[in-house]
Design a protein around this ligand. Structure first.
Ligand code: FPP
Length: 250
């Protein structure tokens, strides 16, 4: 990119709204490493640097919610050494970013079954969640041991339980009741979902929440994903016509 970060984002009062919520499937760390004859873990290390870049960019641009697919329920099936390395990277990321999040008014949030994470990760995660709980700037949600179908199963169990105990009437089950029983309760649905590395799949990410989300796929591998490309996607979003099944107002 020839321009400086931030320069491309429209700042005039006529600018169309920024997305409130950006969700990202960070894919391609392994391929980035393989292309360089490096270990997959080196790819994840470089991917962590991109996480820092995109969190900072989101905060500076004024995105309200950023959700990153950091570890899926399926990722537990990767080789043990890779899982261990990913957990260590996550722990180091939280350790190094905790103070930054406090200082920069970032609220950390998680979706997924974080009880499955190793104790050391849980500890720093819980500390950071508590320390940033009152922050009002960017909400950074890390999807950790997250799977969309598991989230839906949990939601059905919660609502069915309430019905069977007589606390909820079947006819009271609504979209808003369902949304309130998902891990993302309180967070608006994503306006944009970006997937890097050329794969065109949703891969069990935010299955309910992506219903009307604008999808962006880029061939760029996650470690190479830059602030410039992120800003280009935000601009492209601003030029899309979101109709939600209705007729265009244009
Ligand atoms: C996909 O690349 C990436 C992951 C499964 C993990 C994402 C993790 C990070 C970016 C680093 C740690 C996260 C945080 C929040 C500090 P892949 O390994 O599937 O790549 P491939 O498809 O090319 O093999």
């Amino acid at each position: 990119m020839s321009s400086k970060p931030g320069e491309q984002m429209p700042s005039s009062k006529d600018a169309k709204p920024l997305p409130a919520h950006v969700a990202i499937i960070m894919d391609g760390n392994g391929r980035w490493a393989r292309k360089r004859l490096l270990s997959r873990v080196r790819g994840h290390e470089r991917g962590t640097e991109t996480v820092r870049t995109i969190v900072k960019a989101s905060r500076e641009i004024g995105i309200r919610y950023l959700t990153l697919y950091a570890f899926s329920t399926e990722n537990w099936q990767r080789p043990k050494a890779e899982v261990t390395a990913l957990m260590a990277l996550l722990k180091n990321f939280l350790k190094s970013e905790k103070q930054e999040m406090i200082d920069q008014n970032i609220r950390l949030n998680t979706i997924g079954d974080t009880r499955k994470l190793p104790d050391g990760v849980r500890k720093i995660l819980d500390q950071t969640l508590t320390a940033t709980a009152g922050n009002t700037g960017l909400t950074l949600t890390l999807a950790l041991s997250y799977g969309g179908r598991t989230e839906l199963v949990n939601m059905v169990q919660e609502i069915a339980g309430a019905v069977s105990r007589g606390e909820t009437d079947v006819n009271a089950i609504s979209e808003s009741l369902i949304a309130a029983a998902l891990d993302t309760r309180g967070i608006p649905d994503p306006d944009i979902m970006i997937r890097t590395s050329g794969e065109m799949r949703i891969s069990n990410f935010l299955l309910w929440q992506l219903a009307y989300t604008e999808l962006f796929f880029t061939d760029t591998l996650w470690p190479d994903f830059s602030r410039g490309e992120f800003e280009q996607i935000l601009q492209a979003y601003q030029n899309r016509d979101r109709r939600y099944g209705k007729v265009s107002e244009r």
